[in-house]
Design a protein around this ligand. Structure first.
Ligand SMILES: [Zn+2]
Length: 61
């Protein structure tokens, strides 16, 4: 059974296969390589926005 497709390469993600899941964006990736390609290309803005929301705040000294 196919549960989803890879957010990077559109390969079918089938049940029982070990894949990567992005809990925040609810996306699946075949492997770390696909995640990296997605993050560098289509996901760059989303990844940066998420990182920013988690880690970046304004400070005054
Ligand atoms: Zn893929």
């Amino acid at each position: 059974m196919i549960v989803d497709t890879c957010a990077n390469c559109d390969s079918p993600i089938s049940e029982g296969k070990r894949v990567l899941h992005d809990d925040h964006a609810e996306l699946h990736f075949c492997d770390a390589q696909c995640f990296r390609e997605w993050a560098e290309d289509k996901g760059a803005e989303k990844v940066m926005a998420f990182y920013r929301a988690l880690n970046i705040s304004e400070v005054n000294y």
